[in-house]
Structures are given as structure tokens and as C-alpha cells.
Design a protein. Structure first.
Length: 493
């Protein structure tokens, strides 16, 4: 394994550009969600088409993350990072110029494809650049602050762009982020070259992984719109499970697997992936319920609803960059993650107590508690998901973090939305009410049940963190401390 005697002297500038580029990916989905009604009106497509604008991106992004991570290991993370940025910018330009639904769908799928190259390359570059324990935690704290707040900032930005410009800027806004990332990658970002020959890619594994994840994500998407008893929903979920099981079996039997199983079998990384999945299951559904609560029950405009999420975004950034970074020096990662998830659960339970007359002050307090907890938990979780692997596997380990988020978000949104909708319908049927007041009360009841389930998912994330992750508190003695804890080689940069 090649090594350089000194760390990249411009590594903090590199972190800034990598984080800003990754912010683009997190912003994109949130901005497009706010702009979608305007796009639908301008391009004259149906509600079914509206669903596909979201689904086209999610299927391409989630399905290709593992493949994108392995391509980064083969081609080089910096090169893959630049390709992802260029492709994402071009796809965004195409979407902004779209004159019909078909072009917009192609653009959204293109964003997903290049996002699947960009996201794992970003994490891998940070993981390989910062190998000193103390610097690594600080770097992932900064990255986490930018990344976790991206969705919230996107909601506010989407409202501003849609209201004061037009929906097309929800796509065009990605271009300056991509240009900044490309400039930074060419000037300050360094990669570690691989000496291991990965010229042979596992084509069957790539196909199985892609189809398996796509089937799962599509199945959960259909469950949200068609119901859990739909034949298509059940068929896609069953196909996804079977394909992924076959994929895992084949990975254990071939010489050049696209996903080496030791990436998954190490308990700390596995615990991090599971905790992130359960945490995102809660957070995605929380965003959905709050968006509907603010606009349907409280009567907020899209731009006001977007800004109502600002306390959550600020708290997430603070939890990641301040609390997570500082407490990681005093607590073992599993304990810190468990505590963060539990604090976030308290905030979500406060959201479950909201009614149609609740003040914004109560909502803001609940958002702050939720954001501080999840930001604190995600910082060490993302770091553990990529730490301890050899450079040739850094990309695919990073991809597993993204895959956990994507699959967790799909499951959480479909499952909890179904639970909330069923609870709302049952409330209306049992109370025999009519009019807006009755509808609002039913909606609030459904959201409350959904929030209770979301808090349960955060409790599961805390359990996985506490019992599965056993790496000790880092001693900040250099790159070897955490490496010994994980019993994996760490590249010296």
C-alpha cells in the first residue's frame, strides 16, 4: 500500500469544496420537492407524473450507489468525484430547460446516476484524507453539519426560488455548486492511488445489487401510493429481497466482488449502517409529517413552511460540528450515538404532542432537541461507516452509508405514511366529523401516531449503536488508535 509521509497541507480547503459539492446533492431533493407543484402546473403533467419526478431520482441514486462506490475505488475517488459533478451539473441544466415531463424525468434520472458516483466519492475522499483521529472527527463534524442541514436549507431555498423566480431555478441552482466543487477538486483535493488491481469489475454483482436496491426502493414507493396489499408492491419487495440475498451469496464466492463482505461483517461498520438506516427512517417521515402539518393544518405558505424548518437545520449543524466533535473525545462512539438518537427521540415525542392550536415556539423547541440529537449521532455514525477499511475499499464502504440512508428513507416514508394515513381515516370514521376542523383534528391524530413510530425507530437506532459498536473512545494518538480498535488497516496519508 502506498503512503505519503505527510497529510495534504490543503486538506481543510479540500474538505470545504467536498462538503459544498455534497451539499448540492442534499439540497436538490428538498428544493425539487417544494418546486414540484409549480413544475407540474407549467409542464401540464398528472399527479402520477409528479410521483415519478421524485421516484426517477431515487431509483437511479439508490440503485447505483454500490456500483458508484466501487467505480470510485477502481477509477480513483477524485476522478469519479469530478465526473459526478460534471454529470450532475449537465443533468440539472437539462432539467431546468425541460419543456415536457419526459425530458424532466431523464434529467432527474441523470442526477441520480451521477449523484451515485459523487456521494460515495465524497465520503471516501474525506476518509482517506483525514487519518489522524482528532482531525478526522472534526472533519466529519464539519461535513455532517453541512450535509445534515442541507435538506432543511433546501426547503427554505426551494420556497424562495419558486416564489420569487420560477421552478426551473430549482434545477439551475445546482450548477454553481458543481462548478465550485470542480474547481476545488482540480486544485486542492488529493487522492490515494491504489496498488491493488481492480481492473475487473463484477458485472453480475453490479446487476444484482442495482436491481435489488431498485426493486426495494420502488416497492416501498408503490406501497406508499398503492398500498401494502398491492400485487406490484408485494412482487417488487419480494424480488428485491431475493435479488439482494443472491447478491450476497455470490459476493462470498468470487475473487473480485463489487462489495467485499468484510466491509459488512465488521461489527462497528455494520452497527453504523443499521443505526443510520433506522435514524433516517425516522427523520424522512418527520420531514413529511411536519411539511403537511404546517401547510395543511397551520395554513403556512410553502416559503413559510420551508423557513419553519430552519431551527431544525441549525440544531443539526450544531449537534454535528460542536457537540458530536467535542463529545467524541470523551465518549466511545457507540455510547455517543445511542445518546444522540435518544435525545432526538425525545424531540420527536414532543412533536407527537402537537395539536392544531400549538404555538410555533413549542414546534421550534421540539425541532431544536431533535436536531441536536440526530446531528450528534450521525457524525460518529458516518465516520464509523467508512473508517477502518483499506483504500481500495473506501468507496464501496462510503456507498453503504448512502445505501443505508436511501433504503431507510424509502422504508420509513412508505411505512409511516401508511400508518399515519390509516390512523387519520380511522379517526374520521370513529368521530363522524365533517368540515375543516374535523379534518385537521384527524390529520393531527394521524401525524401523532406517526411521530410515535418514528421515535420507536430512533430507539432501535440507539440500541444498535450501544450494543453493536464496541470501538473504544479514541485517544487522539494518531491514525493507529482507531485502526487497532477496528482491527482493520488504515491508510497513512
Amino acid at each position: 500500500m502506498s503512503a505519503t509521509p505527510h497529510p495534504n497541507p490543503r486538506r481543510w480547503a479540500a474538505l470545504l469544496f467536498i462538503s459544498v459539492a455534497q451539499l448540492m446533492v442534499f439540497l436538490d431533493s428538498a428544493v425539487m420537492n417544494i418546486a414540484l407543484p409549480s413544475a407540474q402546473q407549467a409542464l401540464h403533467f398528472s399527479d402520477g407524473g409528479r410521483q415519478w419526478v421524485i421516484t426517477a431520482y431515487g431509483l437511479a441514486f439508490g440503485g447505483l450507489l454500490i456500483v458508484g462506490g466501487r467505480l470510485g475505488d477502481m477509477l480513483g475517488r477524485k476522478r469519479t468525484f469530478i465526473i459526478g459533478l460534471v454529470g450532475f451539473a449537465l443533468a440539472s441544466a437539462l432539467g431546468g430547460a425541460a419543456g415536457n415531463l419526459g425530458v424532466l424525468l431523464v434529467a432527474r434520472a441523470g442526477q441520480g446516476v451521477f449523484g451515485a458516483l459523487l456521494a460515495p466519492a465524497s465520503l471516501a475522499l474525506i476518509s482517506l484524507t483525514f487519518t489522524d483521529s482528532k482531525e478526522r472527527h472534526k472533519a466529519f463534524g464539519i461535513y455532517g453539519a453541512i450535509a445534515t442541514a442541507g435538506g432543511v436549507v433546501g426547503l427554505a431555498l426551494g420556497g424562495i426560488l419558486t416564489e420569487y423566480l420560477n421552478w426551473r431555478w430549482a434545477m439551475f441552482v445546482n450548477i454553481p455548486f458543481a462548478v465550485a466543487g470542480i474547481i476545488g477538486a482540480l486544485t486542492v483535493v488529493h487522492d490515494i492511488p491504489n496498488e491493488v488491481d481492480h481492473s475487473r469489475i463484477d458485472i453480475p454483482g453490479a446487476v444484482l445489487a442495482t436491481l435489488g436496491v431498485v426493486a426495494l426502493v420502488f416497492g416501498f414507493s408503490e406501497a406508499e401510493s398503492r398500498g401494502w396489499g398491492s400485487g406490484l408492491t408485494l412482487a417488487m419487495l419480494a424480488a428485491g429481497v431475493v435479488l439482494l440475498l443472491v447478491f450476497l451469496i455470490t459476493q462470498s464466492k468470487i475473487k473480485f466482488p463489487i462489495l467485499p463482505l468484510h466491509v459488512l461483517s465488521e461489527r462497528n461498520r455494520a452497527g453504523a449502517y443499521l443505526s443510520v438506516a433506522f435514524g433516517v427512517m425516522s427523520m424522512f417521515s418527520m420531514f413529511l409529517f411536519l411539511s403537511y402539518y404546517l401547510q395543511l393544518v397551520k395554513g403556512y405558505s410553502p416559503i413559510a413552511a420551508g423557513f419553519a424548518f430552519v431551527p431544525l437545520g441549525v440544531a443539526q449543524g450544531t449537534g454535528s460540528m460542536a457537540l458530536g466533535t467535542r463529545l467524541s473525545a470523551r465518549m466511545r462512539p457507540g455510547l455517543l450515538m445511542a445518546a444522540g438518537y435518544l435525545v432526538s427521540g425525545i424531540g420527536v415525542l414532543m412533536l407527537a404532542l402537537l395539536d392544531k392550536d400549538s404555538s410555533f415556539g413549542l414546534l421550534a423547541v421540539a425541532e431544536v432537541i431533535t436536531g441536536l440529537g440526530i446531528g450528534t449521532a450521525f457524525m460518529p455514525a458516518i465516520s464509523l461507516g467508512t473508517h477502518g477499511v483499506a483504500p481500495q475499499d473506501a468507496g464501496v464502504a462510503s456507498a453503504m452509508v448512502g445505501t443505508s440512508q436511501q433504503v431507510g428513507g424509502s422504508i420509513g416514508t412508505a411505512l409511516l405514511n401508511t400508518i399515519a394515513a390509516s390512523s387519520t381515516a380511522a379517526y374520521l370514521a370513529s368521530h363522524h366529523g365533517h368540515g375543516k376542523a374535523a379534518t385537521d383534528a384527524a390529520l393531527v391524530h394521524g401525524f401523532s401516531i406517526g411521530f410515535w413510530w418514528a421515535a420507536g425507530f430512533l430507539a432501535l437506532a440507539a440500541l444498535f449503536s450501544f450494543f453493536a459498536i464496541n470501538t473504544p473512545r479514541p485517544e487522539h494518538s494518531g491514525p493507529s488508535a482507531e485502526a487497532e480498535a477496528l482491527e482493520q488497516p488504515v491508510p497513512v496519508h
